[in-house]
Design a protein around this ligand. Structure first.
Ligand SMILES: Cc1cc2nc3c(=O)[nH]c(=O)nc-3n(C[C@H](O)[C@H](O)[C@H](O)COP(=O)(O)O)c2cc1C
Length: 245
């Protein structure tokens, strides 16, 4: 049995994006956004209400950053999602965050959060709240990178939003290899298919063999009948010969 919850903005995992943008005086503002994700190879989509200070800012600058919230900054990230820059203009600083201007777009990167997507605004529809952005660059702090330049998940601890329980959770254990583990199932299904096909061929061969042996029986019986006829003819011939003597 499944329980129906109706139309809800729920999925797992939902991101904790800290969207940041400058105002016209290069004053940074940021908001928390859980309704969004990757849309294309270099695009992100978000659903942002038009009354937010951050949204007003990014519409002017046509740029924004998406900073990935982490376990070390849960309070600050939630605060950013509770308080509006419309009322608290220095909320970024109040949250304990400092910023550096992106070298790719006119938007602030939050120094304390290790990963940022630096984006240009493609379009924003204030009625639906739909925002489409182009990812121009992704920057990750070296402190959370491995020697070979990948994210070190023992150091980088992004959080996700659990919308059903209204809590933040940290990412868990590695449980599989993407683009690889599914191969095991592909191979297994292929093997099962091969076995099924081989069994079919075997069954057909068996049918053929029984058909052939039935044909052979018929032929043998026909030969027997012919032999009997020949024997009868021979016996008749003998009889006639003895009569004539
Ligand atoms: C966990 C969480 C997720 C949120 N997700 C969104 C979202 O996806 N879209 C949105 O418009 N607001 C969202 N908000 C609300 C904004 O972050 C919040 O209204 C914020 O104060 C806006 O700040 P600003 O006016 O300074 O830009 C979320 C808030 C929280 C706490």
């Amino acid at each position: 049995m499944r329980k129906d919850f109706g139309a809800k903005p729920w999925s797992y995992p939902q991101p904790v994006f800290i969207v940041a943008a400058y105002d016209e005086d290069e004053k940074p503002n940021a908001m928390n956004a859980a309704w969004g994700g990757i849309s294309d190879t270099t695009q992100v989509s978000l659903c942002l209400s038009s009354n937010h200070r951050t949204v007003k800012n990014l519409q002017k600058t046509k740029a924004f950053t998406i900073n990935i919230a982490d376990t070390a900054h849960v309070l600050a990230c939630d605060y950013i999602g509770l308080v509006s820059g419309n009322k608290v203009p220095d909320k970024v600083a109040k949250a304990g965050f400092t910023v550096t201007k992106s070298t790719f777009v006119n938007a602030p990167v939050i120094n304390e959060l290790a990963m940022a997507l630096e984006c240009k605004l493609i379009r924003y529809d204030s009625e639906s709240g739909f925002l489409l952005g182009e990812i121009v660059n992704v920057s990750i702090d070296e402190s959370v990178l491995t020697k070979d330049g990948k994210t070190d998940m023992t150091k980088f601890e992004p959080i996700v939003f659990d919308p059903v329980n209204a809590v933040y959770r940290k990412l868990g254990e590695k449980v599989g290899k993407a683009f690889k583990d599914g191969r095991i199932l592909i191979d297994r299904i292929e093997k099962e298919q091969e076995i099924m096909e081989a069994e079919e061929i075997f069954e057909n061969l068996e049918d053929l063999e029984t058909e052939e042996s039935e044909e052979m029986k018929e032929i043998e019986e026909e030969i027997k009948e012919v032999d009997e006829i020949l024997e009868n003819i021979e016996a008749l011939n003998k009889e006639e010969k003895t009569k004539h003597k």
